[in-house]
Design a protein. Structure first.
Length: 235
């Protein structure tokens, strides 16, 4: 999962094992598998805004020809996740503050809907998984990157528990776009503690089967996340 990167005129190379097809990609057409690998790299922070994508480097890392890489790049361009870099190939886009506001407005609606549906449909094991990730988030206070990972996995557990394939797909696509905002907000002073409390409120509402409270908690969580994000963007 990870990338081909250059943040300046010099080339920055990632560890060889960082960029690879996943087991879940087996059996897929190479173009689709390559596209999924690049999306994972975005979500997991291996590709960052401003990073340069080189066709030949991605092909080498994934052990595929340049044709599926070209196909994957075309799909990422269509989704505006990457963009031309003035004759210097392609780079990962960076969202502006106005775009962040639009993205979070939609995110609040979708995450609220997911929490509401999860309160109706989540199995006990799924709620336990949410709690496990929330607890791991709280233990990772010295690592914003690890907090971001556990936060993402907790939210994905809620998406799955909502039992709505279309909502799940929309939220996962949104995670790719969120990656274009840059560093995690968990490096903002005070944000980890408030986020942890928001996670607990959301999960407990889901566990109590209180759909209204779950949606309110999820929306409040997104509003607080936006406030932290705007602080980071304007710093």
């Amino acid at each position: 999962m990870a990338s081909t990167i250059s943040t300046s005129p010099a080339t920055q190379t990632l560890p060889e094992g960082a960029f690879a097809l996943a087991r879940d990609d087996e059996g897929l057409a190479l173009g689709e598998a390559t596209y999924r690998a690049l999306c994972r790299a975005l979500r997991e922070g291996a590709l960052k805004p401003g990073d340069r994508l080189r066709e030949e480097e991605v092909a080498r890392r994934l052990s595929v020809s340049r044709t599926p890489v070209r196909e994957a790049f075309g799909r990422l361009l269509a989704r505006r996740l990457i963009e031309p870099a003035g004759g210097r190939g392609l780079i990962v886009r960076r969202l502006e503050a106005a775009e962040a506001l639009e993205l979070y407005a939609l995110r609040e609606i979708l995450e609220g809907a997911a929490a509401r549906l999860a309160a109706r449909h989540a199995a006990a094991a799924e709620i336990d998984l949410m709690r496990d990730h929330a607890a791991a988030f709280e233990r990772a206070t010295d690592s914003p990157r690890e907090m971001e990972r556990e936060n993402r996995m907790m939210h994905e557990a809620i998406f799955r528990a909502a039992r709505n394939r279309y909502l799940d797909a929309a939220l996962r696509d949104m995670q790719d776009s969120l990656a274009l905002l840059g560093p995690t907000t968990f490096g903002v002073e005070g944000r980890p503690a408030t986020a942890a409390a928001e996670h607990r409120a959301m999960i407990e509402a889901i566990a109590a089967r209180d759909a209204d409270a779950a949606e309110r908690a999820a929306r409040a969580h997104m509003q607080a996340a936006l406030t932290a994000r705007m602080r980071l963007l304007r710093a």
